[in-house]
Design a protein around this ligand. Sequence first.
Ligand code: AVI
Length: 327
Amino acid sequence: HAYSLQQDIVQTEEHRVLCFREDVLGGLQSYPKHLSSKYFYDTKGDALFQQIMNCPEYYLTRCELEIFRDQTSSLIAAITNARAQSFDLIELGVGDGIKSKYLIRELLDRKIEFRYLPVDISGNILSQLETSLSDLQGLNLVSLEGEYFDMLREATKISDNRKVILFLGANIGNMSAKEAQFFCKDLRSMLQPGDIVLMGFDLKKNPHTILDAYNDKGGITRDFNLNLLERINTELEGNFDLHRFTHYQTYDPETGACKSYLVSNIKQTVIVSGTSISFSEGEWIYMEVSQKYSLKEIEKLASHSGFSMITNFTDPKRWFIDSVWIA
Ligand code: AVI
């Protein structure tokens, strides 16, 4: 039995690398070139993202933390129902889970019955999370490592409890506006009437404030982007020279799209898994979008995907919003 389990682990690891290679080569052989920011989060990427969240320019985490710290009771009122029915609290892309810990602690203190199922693509961050939650007595915890919908399906298999989905940190922003529409529709199709979604959005604001958050003076965001090239070097036998690429960040206040690119400083050829990829001087790789929303756009996203917006929570500066929807 132990042997077959070991085999299983090896196979999923092989499959993971296979998908990674296919995505990377597909993206680098397209025009324009692109990579997926979901691959930012290896062990080094996790650490860099922690540093970003502590950057003075990166306001998002602090704003949402304020919401969770100062409005915990109202948040609980919004996600629990009158019948005090037990529920599954499923968090997609949990990361370090510091914000949700406010909620979880309060739910436990009030003896509200629930189970916590954090989902993340990074097994590394999930084990860190388990350690950080280990002081919470009586927490019923099941971590799920993998892609959002695969794990949501797993969670649905485990039980048919009422579901409360947390999707915080403006993770939705890492999808294009179109992808976000599909995502929310798919999410709705996996839920039952009465299930709740609590989604964090970064709001449109002074474009300088937004651009600065992704162009930090310390260059952490640059390193965060470059780290994906390093990951490709290590995991896919690549030979990217990180010094030959420059981070380029943009924000378009009209569409709300904040995008990052890596630009090739020179004409060059890079090998990835035995495949040659050539870059002209100034050619870019599109790395990530961090989409910003207005309240109107959030309302539209909710209603077009079959949810009703029940309430919203914002920080005092009104820079960030946690929107609560019911299926
Ligand atoms: C995880 N995600 C919401 C972050 C964001 O703001 O888009 C990732 C990030 N990229 C650069 N800085 C932070």
